[in-house]
Write a protein that binds this ligand. Structure first.
Ligand SMILES: Nc1ncnc2c1ncn2[C@@H]1O[C@H](COP(=O)(O)OP(=O)(O)OP(=O)(O)O)[C@@H](O)[C@H]1O
Length: 255
C-alpha cells in the first residue's frame, strides 16, 4: 500500500491585503510508496514547502486530498516526523532531553527517555555529546539532534524541509551521506524538500521536479542509480541535464 497519496491537490492562499490570491499548487498528484525517498525539487516559490506542510498536517489543501497510510491528513501526528531548516531545539535542554522531548510530552519516565534518546543519539553519530547544550554544538550537529528527535518517535514518514540548507558545502555533503546511511538502516518513507539538483540526485529514490506559478509536478523521475551516488558519473549527469531542461522556463511549460 502507498504510504502517501496526494490526489488532485491545489492550494490557493487568499491575500486580503493585496486583494489577489496566490495559487501555490495546482492539481498535484504524487504517490510515495513505503520506504521510498522522494525529493521535491524546484525553484523558489514553486510550492514545495506548501506541499510538505500539507503532508505534515500544518495546512490543508483548497482542493484534493492528502492521505497517509490511507487516512486523510487532518492534523499533525506522531506517524510523521518533521525536520526543518533550523533544528528548533530547546536551548535550555541538553541534547538527550531535546531528542527525547516528545516522550516527555507523553509522560515517559526519565530512565526510559534517557535510554531511548541514547539509541538515536548513537544513530546520528553524536555519542559523547548527550549532555552538551545546543549552543555548544555546530549547525550540522544541531541538525543531527533534530533528525534524532524526529526518528525517536519511529514515524513511518519523515518530512524534511531543506534541512541542510543553512550548512556549509562540506558539512552538507557529510550530512547527506549520513542521512542515506540512517535511511538505509532505519528505513521509512522520506519526503525531502530541496532546490539543489545534486542534493536531490544524491539522496532520492525518486525526484519530483516541480515548476512554478502555479506549482505543479513537471515530472516524477525514478532514480535508478547505484549507491553511493557518484556525482561525476555520466549517468548522474544525464539525469541532471534532463532536470535542468525541465527547470528551464520553456522546458517546464512543455513538461
Ligand atoms: N501563508 C501564506 N500566505 C500567502 N501566500 C503564501 C503562504 N505560504 C506560501 N505562500 C505563497 O505560495 C507560494 C509557494 O510557497 P512555498 O513556500 O511553498 O514555496 P517553496 O517552493 O517552498 O519556496 P522556497 O524554496 O523559497 O522555500 C509562494 O508564492 C508563496 O509566496
Amino acid at each position: 500500500m502507498a504510504t502517501i497519496e496526494i490526489s488532485g491537490v491545489s492550494k490557493i492562499f487568499k491575500d486580503a491585503k493585496r486583494k489577489s490570491d496566490v495559487t501555490a499548487l495546482s492539481n498535484v498528484d504524487v504517490t510515495v510508496k513505503k520506504n521510498e525517498f522522494l525529493c521535491l525539487l524546484g525553484p523558489s516559490g514553486c510550492g514545495k514547502s506548501t506541499l510538505l506542510n500539507m503532508i505534515a498536517g500544518f495546512d490543508k489543501p483548497t482542493a484534493g486530498t492528502v492521505k497517509v497510510d490511507g487516512q486523510v491528513v487532518e492534523a499533525p501526528g506522531s506517524d510523521r516526523g518533521v525536520v526543518f531548516q533550523q533544528a528548533n531545539l530547546m536551548p535550555w535542554l541538553p541534547v538527550w532531553e531535546n531528542v527525547a522531548f516528545h516522550l516527555k510530552m507523553r509522560g515517559a519516565m526519565k530512565a526510559e527517555r534517557r535510554e531511548k534518546a541514547q539509541l538515536y543519539i548513537n544513530m546520528v553519530g553524536l555519542t559523547g555529546f548527550e549532555n552538551h547544550f545546543p549552543s555548544e554544538l555546530s549547525g550540522g550537529m544541531n541538525q543531527r539532534v533534530g533528525i534524532a528527535r524526529a526518528l525517536l518517535m519511529n514515524p513511518g514518514v519523515i518530512l524534511m524541509d531543506e534541512p541542510f540548507g543553512a550548512l556549509d558545502e562540506q558539512t552538507r555533503m557529510d550530512m547527506q551521506n549520513e542521512l542515506v546511511r540512517i535511511w538505509e538502516e532505519h528505513k521509512g518513507t522520506i519526503v525531502f524538500v530541496t532546490h539543489g539538483i545534486d542534493e536531490a540526485l544524491t539522496l532520492g529514490t525518486h525526484v519530483a521536479v516541480m515548476s512554478a506559478r502555479p506549482g505543479r509536478i513537471a515530472e516524477l523521475i525514478h532514480l535508478d542509480l547505484p549507491r553511493p551516488r557518484d556525482i561525476t558519473s555520466p549517468r548522474f549527469n544525464d539525469v541532471k541535464r534532463h532536470i535542468l531542461d525541465l527547470l528551464r522556463p520553456s522546458g517546464a511549460a512543455h513538461g
